[in-house]
Design a binder for this molecule. Sequence first.
Ligand code: DX5
Ligand code: ZN
Length: 215
Amino acid sequence: MNRMIAPSVLSADFARLGEQVEMINRSEADWLHVDVMDGVFVPNISFGFPVMEALKRCSQKPLDVHLMIVHPEKYVERFCDAGAWSVGFHLEAVDDPEPALQLIRNKGVRTCLTINPDIDVKRLLPYLDKVDMVLLMSVFAGFGGQAFIPETLDKIRFVREEIDRQGLNTLIEVDGGINVNNAKDVFAAGADVLVAGHAVFRTKDPLRAIQQMKA
Ligand code: DX5
Ligand code: ZN
């Protein structure tokens, strides 16, 4: 089983972004998670291409892009061109995810579909064999620093069982409210990758926090 950590740059100190990314480069983190919000799909605005391009220049970790935007099909190619390693968007943001998924695949970039906590996890089932990763939100998308929703654990187990039953390699990523205390349970439920914002960037010893979450 993988036990990967993707620190979310959303919680970084943007006045020292380069240093913060250097710190992640030196850490045991696996990916750098990039949260893009449009103020429409979620009630918050984060950052877009200029920041993505800056991250690409200084990050040695693969960039795991999480789009919280409407009409992802308009922008997925630009995120691929900007150097994304993986591009994910919300299933509930589109009528049919297939066109946007195909645009990402055509760029040779990994695909991810994500759902907010109020979306029935069964809606992901038809896509488990069509994407590289599913992202289960364990808070409502929009803000860092929220509390982990415990019901997510059952959803992770459900998706894990289905992925294993079908013999797929699809990864399960979990995002929101992850910290050194609950990471163990989230991995045990069947997650491969945990996103952590506050638990990395808002702690005294981020490198140690990353190690502890992976341990
Ligand atoms: C929330 C974002 C998360 C967020 C996680 O909309 O998708 O990636 O940055 O932050 P924490 O780990 O602080 O909950
Ligand atoms: Zn995210």
